[in-house]
Design a binder for this molecule. Sequence first.
Ligand code: Z5A
Length: 216
Amino acid sequence: MNARTRRGTLITLEGGEGAGKSTVLAALRARLVERGIDVVVTREPGGTPFGEAVRALVLDPARGELCAESELLLMFAARAQHVREVIEPALAAGRWVLSDRYTDASYAYQGGGRGQPLARIAELESWAAPIKPGLTLLLDLPVADGLARAGARSEADRIERETEDFFERVRNAYRARAAADPERFRVIDSSQPVDVVRVAACAAVDAFVDRAGEFR
Ligand code: Z5A
């Protein structure tokens, strides 16, 4: 197999409210490009026309109540399309994919936050989104700090209107996933200044690229 036909790798970026994912995303993309990697940057929910329509629907507070089961299924409906239309074709072509959120977000928000059974989420994952990230960066900070950052920004969407308790459960679920899979996760303290967080995130990606190179 030559370099052009080698399968690419999925890197995901996760975190709670105001964690700073958007703030570090451009730096991560730039670092991957500097390392000679052809990278597709995408996001969830979204990443395809169908997924972006689902995103608008699921985050719109004007739609009113949405039961937890519907929310979970909508996240996976958007994700199934994203995997088949964007992620899998890019990886098959040897490109890397950097996604702002992926399946861990469903475990954290719909599992931890909404109390949906983790086994049910795992079933959906293995059926609709079986691609595993090679590296997941979790930007972690105390909930109150994240909410203060997000609150200073714009009008809250449907999920952002949740209680502090909800976001504590989301944070705990993310941290539990990271602790259970230290090989894949790198946890970054995103309560640090922006530049420090960017440097730490880029260093984690660099180390991963170096390691991936050793096995190629
Ligand atoms: N969701 C779900 O429930 N289930 C799923 O399966 C998936 C998603 C995939 C939309 O996601 C919602 O979908 C999200 C989870 C749910 N719900 N909520 N809540 P999203 O990722 O698009 O939306 P978000 O979580 O609200 O992300 P965001 O708005 O893009 O925030 P962010 O990217 O993490 O933060 P940021 O925009 O980079 O930074 C926030 C502010 O903090 C901004 O003013 C920055 O300038 C500031 N900032 C950032 N870093 C720092 C540092 N280090 N110091 C000081 N200030 C900082």
